[in-house]
Structure formats: structure tokens, C-alpha cells
Design a protein around this ligand. Structure first.
Ligand code: VAH
Length: 314
């Protein structure tokens, strides 16, 4: 049967690259978002879609005979702390609408983006296990932890083939990150190339799990295309790439831009970062569906600087 893929939140940091990657494999990939598309996504199928409007979602799924959904629409950690009600509504009601449309319309597979933010200050910080204490203290993390529980329930009780990854901070140059606590690791490259300096909103020794977007996109599609019998986790797989601090990242950038300087001015995002792991153990993902990252800190930094420079016409 012909596969038709629907992506919500397609204009975001992950969505804008995931749509392009999926269009290399699938003939019909419908990119949807609340805001109009930009860049390369203008060329393909796009629909304005509000995940809070269930009837519109159902109409779209039935009209295009959607067989898979990647549900990326969400409010991230920093924005969520400023707008708790909005974050809870979009992250929870939006997900419930998606889960119900999938089961009522017979969508075969669903991807749900979870996050390392489902862990909290009482979670072991180094090599955080797949199964451990989870007491998130951000609305974003609480909503994603509840989302994981809903996804597992829809799998157990309704047989929905839903799959999920606990993303670390994602680094990309095609679309800037929006509203996250890990955004410094994206902004620093653009500032380094444009201005040779950056004021970081986290402390220099704040180690966080991160991943280069090409690894994240490849792993996401690999998970969705793995045989169902290999999937043992229906809440969210720990998913990790590289762990580093702002100081370590700045040192790596200086290898290419020796005159680069960094200053530190921690803001409201510091306590959010302090509540998260420093590294995650993703051995279950490695075992179940063969996950293995390809980018380390040096390779990612080099690729980012080259591509940000190209974007700046340098
Ligand atoms: C954020 N980039 O900072 C997101 C991510 C784990 C962090 O989910 O909120």
C-alpha cells in the first residue's frame, strides 16, 4: 500500500529537516504547521493545520489517506516555563487529538518526540538509565512524561504502533532552534561566524546531552522503519549523541576561529539545564534497533561552522 506521511510542526527545527529527508523516500509527505512554510519546504505539499482542532486533523488524515504521522508540534522548555497553560494545552491536548485520530482513522504508525527533559533533579545525571527516577520540574518535561505514558497506554490498550525518542539538545544550521534551553549550542555557531563572540545564557561547566541534526533525523527514521517486533519501548527510547559544556564547545570553535571569545551570563534557563542529565545511556536503543551516532564534537563543530559560513555568504 502506498505510504502517505503527515508531519505536524513541520516548520520547526526538527520538522523542517525531517520533511526533506522523508521526501527522499516517500512520494507523499504532507508538511503541516500553524505558520506558513519557508525555504525548501515551500516546494512540497504543505497544509496549515492546528493540532488542537481535532476535526481538521481527522479531515486531513482521511482526505490524504495518511498511513504514518510524525507529531512534532510542541512548546519547548524555556517557552513552556513562560507560558505553562499554552505548553500544557498544545503538548497534551494536541497529542491526545493525534492519538485518537490515529486509532479512529487506522493510521499505521505514529512518532512522538519525547526528550531528556522527562528526567529531573532526582534522576542519576551521568549515563541516565532507560528506566529510572523521573521527577521533571518543567511543564515541558511534565507534559512529555505524561505524553510517554499516554503513548504506552495507546499501544497496550488500543494496539497503536507508536514509537518515541528522548531527544537530547539538537544542533542544526538549516532552521534555528526555538524556545529551548539547549538553543545556546545553535546560537553560538551563528554568533561565532558573524561576530566572533557570544554571550552564553548557561554557566561554562553546564554539561548536557546533545546531538547533531543529521544523526537525529537518521535515527528517527531508522526507529520508524525498524520491524515492530524489535521495538521493546513504547514510552521513549533514551537517544544520545555527544555530551559537552559551553566551555568545551567554545574551545572546539576556537580551533577554527582562534579569535572567538565567549562570556557567560546565566539566566532563567540555568536551573532548567541543571535539572537535566549530563549524559544518557541509550544501550536499549542500540540493542533493539541498532542505533549508533556518527558525529562527535569535532566533526559536528566543523560541519556547523562550514555550513553557517556558507549561509552567511562567506
Ligand atoms: C529544549 N531543545 O531545550 C529542547 C530539548 C532536551 C532539550 O527538548 O527544550
Amino acid at each position: 500500500m502506498e505510504e502517505t506521511v503527515l508531519v505536524t510542526g513541520a516548520g520547526g527545527q526538527i520538522g523542517s529537516e525531517l520533511v526533506l529527508a522523508l521526501r527522499k523516500t516517500y512520494k507523499q509527505v504532507i508538511a503541516t504547521d500553524l505558520k506558513e512554510p519557508s525555504g525548501e519546504m515551500k516546494e512540497g505539499e504543505f497544509m496549515r493545520l492546528d493540532v488542537l482542532y481535532k476535526n481538521g486533523l481527522m479531515d486531513c488524515v482521511k482526505r490524504f489517506k495518511v498511513t504514518q504521522i510524525y507529531h512534532l508540534a510542541a512548546i519547548l522548555s524555556a517557552t513552556g516555563e513562560k507560558n505553562p497553560e499554552l505548553a500544557w494545552r498544545i503538548n497534551m491536548k494536541g497529542l491526545r487529538n493525534i492519538l485518537d485520530v490515529c486509532t479512529e482513522a487506522g493510521v499505521k504508525k505514529l512518532f512522538f518526540p519525547s526528550t531528556m527533559a522527562v528526567f529531573g533533579p532526582t534522576t542519576p545525571k551521568v549515563n541516565t538509565p532507560q528506566y529510572t527516577v523521573m521527577e521533571p520540574n518543567t511543564i515541558y518535561g511534565i507534559s512529555k512524561q505524561a505524553g510517554e505514558r499516554w503513548c504506552d497506554w495507546y499501544f497496550q490498550k488500543k494496539g497503536l504502533d507508536v514509537r518515541s525518542l528522548r531527544y537530547p539538545g539538537l544542533i542544526s544550521y538549516k532552521t534555528k532552534a526555538g524556545g529551548g534551553t539547549t538553543d545556546y549550542a545553535v546560537d553560538i555557531f551563528f554568533e561565532a561566524v558573524a561576530n566572533k563572540k557570544y554571550e552564553c545564557f548557561l554557566k561554562e561547566d553546564t554539561i548536557l546531552p546533545m546531538m547533531y541534526m543529521p544523526d537525529a533525523i537518521r535515527g528517527t527514521i531508522a526507529l520508524m522503519e525498524a520491524p515492530a517486533e524489535k521495538i521493546t519501548v513504547r514510552s521513549g527510547y533514551n537517544f544520545s549523541g555527544i555530551s559537552f559544556s559551553p566551555k568545551q564547545l567554545a574551545e572546539e570553535i576556537k580551533k577554527t576561529i582562534p579569535e572567538f571569545t565567549i562570556t557567560y551570563k546565566p539566566d532563567f534557563r540555568q536551573p532548567i539545564a541543571d535539572s537535566w542529565p549530563q549524559s544518557m545511556d541509550d544501550s536499549v536503543a542500540q540493542h533493539d534497533w541498532g542505533w549508533k551516532p556518527q558525529y562527535d564534537l569535532a566533526k559536528m563543530s566543523k560541519d556547523m561552522l562550514e555550513n553557517v559560513a556558507k549561509k552567511n555568504g562567506l
